[in-house]
Design a protein around this ligand. Structure first.
Ligand SMILES: Cc1ncc(COP(=O)(O)O)c(C=O)c1O
Length: 462
């Protein structure tokens, strides 16, 4: 019978260093490191590790889908700003037997037995996240970015509270007050926006709005704002108006880890993020906060908004945090922003209007209207050429004509192509391909394939 939150807790406090704790079923004194060393020498894998041949035999339909998606990812230009190619090591942790384990609760205080090994994974993930971001507390269980934001609201707010966040047409996420989302249904959101001329956040206007609305929390973060945020300014506004500050850095979390974007950790009460974008980890969420809010955040994740943690994803997050702490990842993060700047410049040179005139991050938003194309048509032409990206709302002047308020552009990101090894020279080629595709040049599909085949996302796999 599955354990529930009402079942007795298995109190297994473990204050030992995670790396030196003994492995379950191990001989006397044998640690998880001993086990890893022995496996390396003998070439063994955990029983039940992914076996594609087994899938192919048993379920060719789904195996074919895996092959098709793998080919789609390798044969096109992946410019979706929220995507990346996670490492084989992260994928190995994701596809591991840890996915079989139920683990409600937190390390040392689980509602299920047999958690002594997965507890090690979560302790390591938490310690690595804290060290990587310089945070006092980390919760690594949030299943997604949206779950992380939901938990932050659950920890700090009551239904009906007023919250300030970037308005959706200016780049806010669904969890920032969309009426289609729990956030817009349960809280009273007031949206701030960007200056319509410059596309930049107007901090004076945000302060005025906060003074007028006296929110319980202010959310900073966006799905499409290409510039660094001024977290100190947001902190100042929150302090003046008595609000909590929640930084939703789902997009730039990896840039922050790699030192290519400023960190909100010293300023925000709670920082929410996703581990699968620039950070290049598994699909999932992360929450950082100070010691004072730690217990509230943990209880807001489990048991308030989630059940059992996905321990395979938690282990995969630990792998990604270790990768992100390396100098190589710092170089990657800086290359991501250099590539985005080069791509923005090249696209601008080809006549597209780049919001805010450029980018500080991995993200570019552009208006295709100067080329006589609306964004949806542009995305379709690009898709036909194997260039995959999103459309997004573009900030525009409020108009009594509702349709005129819905200006859209294209949103691109350089996280995935940088993982593939592309640099500024390739960004110029990418801009040329984009423009050729928008002009429906028939040869562009094969040129796209030729470019991406020079940069396979998984060069070492057969
Ligand atoms: C700012 C922001 N918050 C939250 C999310 C939600 O993340 P998820 O799709 O993992 O729920 C996203 C996703 O793109 C985002 O950009």
């Amino acid at each position: 019978m599955p354990a529930t939150t009402a079942s007795p807790r298995s109190e297994t406090p473990d204050t030992r260093s995670p790396a030196t704790a003994p492995a379950s079923g191990a001989g006397p004194g044998e640690t998880v490191e001993d086990r890893a060393r022995a496996a390396r020498e003998a070439g063994t894998r955990p029983a039940g590790s992914p076996d594609f041949a087994a899938l192919l035999r048993q379920d060719p339909e789904i195996a074919g889908i895996l092959l098709g998606e793998s080919a789609r990812q390798s044969d096109g230009l992946q410019l979706i700003a929220a995507e990346n190619f996670t490492s084989p090591a992260v994928l190995a942790a994701l596809g591991s037997p840890l996915g079989n384990k139920y683990a409600e609760g937190y390390p040392g205080a689980r509602h299920h037995g047999g958690c002594e090994i997965v507890d090690l994974a979560e302790r390591i993930a938490v310690e690595r996240a804290k060290a990587l971001f310089g945070a006092e507390h980390a919760n690594v269980q949030a299943h997604s970015g949206s779950s992380a934001v939901l938990a932050a609201y659950a920890a700090l707010l009551r239904p009906g509270d007023t919250v300030l966040a970037m308005s959706l047409p200016h780049g806010g996420h669904l969890t920032h007050g969309s009426p289609a989302n729990f956030s817009g249904r349960w809280f009273d959101f007031a949206g701030y926006g960007v200056d319509e001329e410059t596309g930049l956040l107007d901090y004076d206007a945000i302060r005025e709005l906060a003074r007028a609305r006296r929110p319980k929390a202010i959310v900073c973060g966006s799905i499409s704002y290409p510039r660094h945020l001024d977290y100190a300014a947001f902190r100042d506004i929150a302090d003046e108006t008595g609000a909590y500050l929640i930084a939703d850095v789902a997009h730039p979390l990896g840039l922050i880890a790699g030192g290519a974007a400023p960190s909100p950790v010293p300023y925000a009460d709670v920082v929410c993020g996703t581990t699968h974008k620039v950070l290049r980890g598994p699909r999932g969420g992360l929450i950082l906060c100070g010691t004072k809010l730690a217990e509230r955040i943990d209880r807001a994740v489990f048991p308030f908004t989630q059940g059992g943690a996905q321990m395979n994803a938690v282990a995969a997050k630990a792998v990604a945090f270790a990768e992100a702490a390396t100098p190589a990842f710092g170089a990657y993060a800086h290359q991501v922003t250099a590539n985005a700047r080069a791509l923005a410049e090249a696209l601008s040179g080809h006549g597209l209007t780049i919001t805010t005139g450029g980018t500080d991050t991995h993200l570019i938003t552009a208006d295709t209207a100067p080329l006589g194309l609306d964004a949806r048509a542009a995305r379709g032409r690009l898709a036909a050429a194997g260039i995959v990206l999103d459309t997004c709302a573009l900030p525009c002047a409020e108009s009594p004509d509702v349709l005129a308020n819905r200006r859209t552009g294209i949103r691109l990101g350089t996280a995935a192509v940088t993982t593939q090894g592309m640099g500024e020279a390739e960004m110029k080629a990418v801009a040329e391909l984009i423009v050729a595709a928008l002009e429906e040049d028939g040869a562009v599909r094969s040129r796209t394939v030729a470019l991406v085949h020079g940069f396979p996302p998984y060069p070492d796999s057969g």
